[in-house]
Design a protein around this ligand. Structure first.
Ligand code: SIN
Ligand code: FE
Length: 304
């Protein structure tokens, strides 16, 4: 696993350099900006960091949904309507700012992505008490239980807004190696859609519900990625013996990584912003490296 450090004076980059960065991401690398390329206004930062002084007003990760301009996860008991509105404004600006930066920085992808949720993570990660499958301090690859990506890649852009402390991660081995460790010995390789699945889609098509059904329905690809996420977290042997690299992200830094393929865990840190992109695997500079391509080769079948 490699961390590629990028200084702001390297931007804007040449077309060749932009392709190299995309290829590094696709190869399981982390692109690290010691100084964030998508800074947020000082007054927004103050507001986010001062939430802690109002008696721990915010308890959970807060999600912002750009397509609906909606905020969720805030604590209605301790935040006023005006504060919630302010937070939504801040998240809207953050989301748009990251998107605008990546439109240029990831020019080889030609915007072939969906802007997914953004999140504000105000809670100390060390010692969080969460159910096993929701723990983020265990190495895992990301998969969304209720929102299958159907082959789209999960690219996440983070910003450590803590004024003084690093955000500390552990990163694991390349996707191919992890898949080999789990499948087929501990986890069945995915298989193409079953007859029952195809029949359900036919019914949905006839009843006009096809687009709704296919939005939430997991493909064999999604099913495997969800099981892999769970299997990694549930495997104490894997957690203790697998190869790991410790990475510290400095205050004020940003980084981006394909989290559905790079095993990661956060050990400590507080106050981060994050924006997720669902990237078309066909837009890759190295399309063969996309997880859907890797798994389809192993399974010998179409999986989405
Ligand atoms: C995760 O995606 O598992 C958590 C990463 C973080 O919040 O730093
Ligand atoms: Fe994760």
């Amino acid at each position: 696993m490699a961390v590629h450090s990028i200084q702001l004076d390297a931007l804007p980059a040449s077309r060749e350099q932009a392709r190299v960065w995309c290829a590094q991401l696709e190869d399981g690398g982390i692109l690290y900006f010691p100084q964030t390329p998508a800074p947020i206004p000082a007054e927004d930062l103050d507001f986010l960091l001062n939430q802690r002084q109002s008696g721990g007003a915010i308890h959970k990760n807060i999600a912002y949904k750009p397509d609906r301009d909606r905020l969720s996860g805030w604590d209605g008991k301790s935040m006023s309507t005006a504060e919630v509105d302010r937070l939504r404004d801040i998240m809207r600006r953050y989301s748009a700012g990251v998107n605008a930066f990546l439109e240029e920085f990831l020019a080889p992808y030609q915007r072939r992505w969906r802007l997914d949720y953004a999140s504000y993570r105000p809670i100390e990660e060390e010692g969080r008490d969460l159910p096993l499958r929701r723990r983020n301090d265990l190495l895992h690859t990301d998969a969304f239980p209720t929102r299958p990506t159907r082959g789209a890649r999960i690219l996440r852009f983070f910003h450590n807004i803590h004024p003084t402390r690093t955000r500390d991660w552990v990163v694991g081995e390349p996707f191919r190696r992890v898949v080999n460790e789990f499948a087929p010995a501990k986890l069945a390789l995915p298989r193409s859609r079953t007859g029952a699945g195809r029949a359900a889609m036919r019914v949905a098509r006839v009843t006009g519900l096809a687009s709704l059904v296919s939005q939430w329905r997991r493909t064999p690809y999604d099913e495997f990625m969800m099981q892999l996420h769970n299997a990694m977290k549930e495997d104490a042997g894997f957690q203790s013996t697998c190869a790991k690299v410790f990475v510290e992200f400095a205050p004020g830094s940003s980084w981006m990584v394909y989290t559905e393929t790079v095993p990661h865990a956060v050990l400590s840190g507080q106050y981060a912003l994050e924006q997720t992109f669902l990237v078309d695997p066909a837009a890759m500079v190295t399309p063969d490296s996309a997880p859907v391509a890797v798994l389809e080769r192993l399974a010998g079948a179409r999986l989405t």
